[in-house]
Design a protein around this ligand. Sequence first.
Ligand SMILES: [Zn+2]
Length: 229
Amino acid sequence: MDALIKPIRPSKPSDKQVDRPAELDPAEFLAAAVRADQPRPARAEAEQAVKTLLAYIGENTDREGLLDTPRRVVEAFDELYQGYHQCPAEVLDRTFGETAGYDDFVLVRDIEFTSQCEHHMMPFYGKAHIAYTPVERVVGLSKLARLTDIFARRLQTQEHLTAQIAAAIDEILKPRGVAVLVEAEHTCMSVRGVAKHGAMTFTSRFTGMFRDNPAEQARFLSLVRGSQR
Ligand SMILES: [Zn+2]
């Protein structure tokens, strides 16, 4: 069996300046995850799969209330998972090249999102707070919300979502640093499993000056927290 264990992408010790977790593949956070020409099952097959699940839970798939359900579920999937077809790099590419002497971080807080957990395909939702300190490239503020949505509209773990947002901004804007805090409630934990409502999960990722300077992290966190009083 040993021979079947694939090596995880080796981390290159020489790559010290690369400021992202080794498990993050730029191909997945910079490009659309699905190529336009990538072979996928037909829509009819997807609808059939929904019908199978309905039969599995014990439903009569021919009763009137359920006749259009497979089509609706697949349409909902198209919407919830549109992030696979969108390109994060494109969103951040249109930048303003002029910081006009601005040298502090830019913070956009309370970016609401809904994503789907990759373990149960159940929603988790909450807010992302994103700061970056521009060197010369600045993006329109709505772009950080757009970026969050692209990653959120894919199957995710909250940790991965957080790291991908930070890595994409780092890679494309090349700022002095990025800070991302994500807070979310997971329905796979609130309506099933341990069934604890209201439990919030927090994840963060700091790069560059935020990673290196705890005082900057603290300033970021207090500005984010300040919004919720
Ligand atoms: Zn889950």
